[in-house]
Design a protein around this ligand. Structure first.
Ligand code: SF4
Length: 462
C-alpha cells in the first residue's frame, strides 16, 4: 500500500461474532471433536457473549489444551541444535510489520547511503555453516530478504536479464551491488555441508525465485531440493486472510499463492512447518480462519511437522511508527493462541513456544498451555564470529536442560522432522548436541566463548 492505512482499510468483513457458545465450543474441545472456525473464535475470545478476556474461562481453555498436549506427545519438550544463516537483509517489499529488512537501494555500489544490512556470498555462507556443523548443529535455518539480484539459478538469471522491464519484476543485476548473493541454488548448495539439514525457502522466497517466468512452484522447489534444500519454513504466512494481508503486506503473495507454494513443496517431497504472525491489525476471526486453512493444508499434504505461533513484535515497525497499531498481543491472547492452536490443529503433533517472541519465563509457561517444542539454539555468525554489535539470540543445551527440568518436563534433542529424538539426562556432562552430522556431545560454544558472550551481553553497570 503506497498510501497511509485508513480506518476503512481496517473495517473487515470477518469479525469475531458467532452463533456458537463458549461452553459448547469448550465441551467439543475437551471431547476431542474437530473444531469449527466458530468454535475457535469462541475459545480465542473466551466467549463472544462478553467483551474482553474472562480469566476463569481462559484457564479452562489452557487446561484443555495442556491435557491434549499430554495425550498427543506426552511430557517431552523438544529443541534442536540449529544455526541461523540469513543470506541478506536487502528487501524492498515493504511489509508494514517488518523490522528485519534494509532498503535494497542502500546495498548498491552507486549509493551515498551506507547500508546497515548485510549480504553474504555463497562462499561466505558455506564457511559459516561449515564452522557451525563442526560445532555440532543439526540444522541450518535460512530466511532472507528478497534481494533484487537474487535469481533461482543461471537459467532464471538469463530470463531476468533479458526482461524488457526488469524493474517490473523486482530485478537488478548483481553488478550493481557491493555484494552479490549469487543464486538461490548456489546458496542451497553452499549451505548443504556434510549432510546438515537445510531449512529454507519460504513460499515468498519461492515466489521471488520464479518471478518473471511461468515456472510452477513445483519446478522451483524441485530445483532447490536437488541443490540441497531439505525442508521449508512456513513463514511469510502472517495471517492467511487477504483482507489482512492487503493491509500489512500488500507486496507479498496472497493466501492462495502461499498455499499453492506449500502444496508444491509437499508434492516434491519436502517437509515443512507452518506459522501464524498475530497481534497486529487482525481479529480473532482471522486467527481462526488461518488455523482452518493450515489444518486443511495438512489434511491435503500431511507434511507439516510443527505449528509456530509468532506474536507480533511491534517496536521499530512501520505499523507501530505510523500509529496503525499501539502494541502487540496481550499475554492472555498469546496463551490462548497457543492453546487454541493445540486444540484446533488435530492433525499437527507439535506446537512451538518461541522464547525469542515470548521471553524465557512466558516461553516456559507456554509449555503448559499446549506447546511442546521450545525452538532451537539459534547459533549465529554474530555469536560465533563477530566481536561487537548485535549478538543475536542464543540458547545453550545446558540452559535448555535447566529450563525444561525446572518445570518437571523431559528435555529432548530432536531432528527437524522430529523423527530422531534423544532424551537428555540432566546429569550428563558435558551437555551438548549429539544428532548433527558432526555432533559429539560437546557444547556448541566453548566455555571461553560462552563466557565472552555473556560478558558482552551483560547489562552495563550504570
Ligand atoms: S518480504 Fe520479508 S524481509 Fe521483505 S519486507 Fe516483507 S517480511 Fe520484511
Amino acid at each position: 500500500m503506497d498510501r497511509p492505512v485508513t480506518e476503512a482499510d481496517l473495517t473487515f468483513e470477518h469479525v469475531p461474532e458467532t452463533d456458537q457458545s463458549f461452553e459448547n465450543a469448550l465441551a467439543k474441545a475437551r471431547d476431542g471433536d474437530r473444531l469449527t472456525v466458530d468454535d475457535a473464535i469462541e475459545l480465542l475470545t473466551t466467549g463472544t457473549d462478553s467483551g474482553g478476556i474472562d480469566r476463569t474461562r481462559k484457564e479452562r481453555v489452557l487446561e484443555a489444551a495442556d491435557r491434549r498436549r499430554a495425550e498427543t506427545v506426552g511430557e517431552e519438550v523438544t529443541f534442536i541444535a540449529n544455526l541461523n544463516n540469513n543470506v541478506t537483509t536487502a528487501c524492498n517489499v515493504g511489509c508494514l510489520f517488518c523490522n528485519f529488512k534494509d532498503a535494497a537501494h542502500t546495498f548498491e555500489r552507486e549509493t551515498e547511503i551506507e547500508t546497515a544490512g548485510f549480504t553474504k556470498t555463497p562462499d561466505e555462507s558455506r564457511e559459516i555453516v561449515a564452522d557451525a556443523v563442526e560445532r555440532g548443529i543439526y540444522e541450518v535455518t535460512s530466511v532472507s530478504g528478497l534481494h533484487p539480484a537474487f535469481a533461482l539459478d543461471d537459467d532464471h538469471r538469463e530470463i531476468l536479464e533479458a526482461h524488457p522491464n526488469p524493474k517490473e519484476v523486482n530485478y537488478k543485476s548483481p553488478e550493481l551491488y557491493e555484494t552479490s548473493p549469487g543464486t538461490y541454488t548456489e546458496q542451497m548448495a553452499a549451505m548443504d555441508v556434510d549432510g546438515v539439514h537445510v531449512h529454507s525457502m519460504t513460499p515468498e522466497e519461492a515466489y521471488h525465485a520464479r518471478r518473471g517466468t511461468d515456472w510452477s512452484y513445483e519446478e522451483i522447489y524441485r530445483r532447490l531440493r536437488d541443490a540441497g534444500l531439505d525442508t521449508v519454513p512456513g513463514t511469510a504466512a502472517e495471517i492467511l486472510v487477504d483482507e489482512v494481508r492487503d493491509v500489512i503486506c500488500p507486496g507479498k503473495i496472497d493466501t492462495d499463492g502461499w498455499l499453492e507454494a506449500m502444496e508444491a513443496a509437499a508434492t516434491v517431497g519436502l517437509g515443512m512447518t507452518a506459522t501464524i504472525m498475530y497481534g497486529h491489525v487482525e481479529n480473532e476471526a482471522h486467527r481462526a480462519i488461518h488455523l482452518k486453512r493450515v489444518r486443511d493444508l495438512q489434511d491435503r499434504t500431511g507434511t507439516i511437522t510443527e505449528f509456530v505461533p509468532l506474536s507480533f513484535i511491534h517496536q521499530n515497525t512501520p505499523l507501530y511508527e505510523h500509529d496503525v497499531v499501539s502494541g502487540g498481543a496481550s499475554t492472555d491472547e498469546d496463551e490462548l493462541m497457543i492453546a487454541v492452536s493445540r486444540l484446533f490443529l488435530d492433525n499437527i503433533d507439535h506446537i512451538q513456544s518461541s522464547w525469542v517472541k515470548y521471553g524465557d519465563q512466558q516461553g516456559l509457561k507456554m509449555l503448559s498451555c499446549g506447546a511442546d517444542d521450545f525452538m532451537g539454539t539459534i547459533l549465529s555468525e554474530e555469536i560465533t564470529k563477530r566481536a561487537g554489535g548485535e549478538f543475536g539470540e542464543y540458547r545453550s543445551f545446558a540452559d535448555y536442560v535447566d529450563l525444561v527440568s525446572s518445570i518437571g518436563r523431559i528435555p529432548v534433542e530432536r531432528s527437524t522432522d522430529y523423527e530422531n529424538r534423544r532424551v537428555i539426562d540432566p546429569g550428563e556432562s558435558p551437555l551438548g548436541p549429539q544428532l548433527g552430522p558432526k555432533a559429539d556431545g560437546t557444547p556448541l560454544l566453548t566455555r571461553e566463548e560462552q563466557d565472552a558472550r555473556e560478558a558482552r551481553t551483560a547489562p552495563a553497570d550504570d
